[in-house]
Design a binder for this molecule. Sequence first.
Ligand SMILES: N[C@@H](CCC(=O)N[C@@H](CS)C(=O)NCC(=O)O)C(=O)O
Length: 201
Amino acid sequence: MITLYEQHDSGNCYKVRLVLSHLGRAFRTVAVSSLDGSTRKPEFLAKNPIGKIPTVELDDGRFLAESNAILLHFAEGTELLPPDRYDRAKAFEWLFFEQYSHEPVIAVRRALMVYPERRAAATPERMAELLAAGHRALAVMEQRLLTAQWLAGGRFSVADMALYAYTHMAHEGGFDLAPFPAIRVWLDRVRAQPGFVPMRR
Ligand SMILES: N[C@@H](CCC(=O)N[C@@H](CS)C(=O)NCC(=O)O)C(=O)O
């Protein structure tokens, strides 16, 4: 059976729960966390030398890390990856955008606000920079979603799963979604998909 090494309140780990649930794939979970040092232990580093979660162990015993690579692995050959070459590349575009321009600002600002041990790094300058960068990322999504139901191609895909994870928690990072009505409707659309599971808290 697939094993997901995860931290329950991580959006990156939640993406994997979303894809496995949507596809009806059985999996078990093992809790790992930076807070208790378990992501730095040799037994975990042997599974993923980067020392990050999510990490999955596949049915054949091989390991895979990086949330969006994991999404792509499970989505291969399913309706979650657009068959058209251009639409597929657009899905990749959103996955790279998520990792470079969205998660590093929206998830990080949330972490600085939510985890007491990170608060010392939440200087006013850093929080202001992250807020501005987060608004820029949300504006890019809003622009697409004003004229399209889904981020890539004409249907729900891994791109929507990847961006849903931290966008739906953006308010915990101090981001007000009121100026982004198309994003708010899209969040509801994602929640209405078969197999949707809410994030565990
Ligand atoms: N780019 C990675 C980021 C993974 C990541 O930063 N995971 C965090 C939890 S959200 C983590 O493992 N933190 C523990 C640590 O750094 O020790 C992905 O998308 O999977």
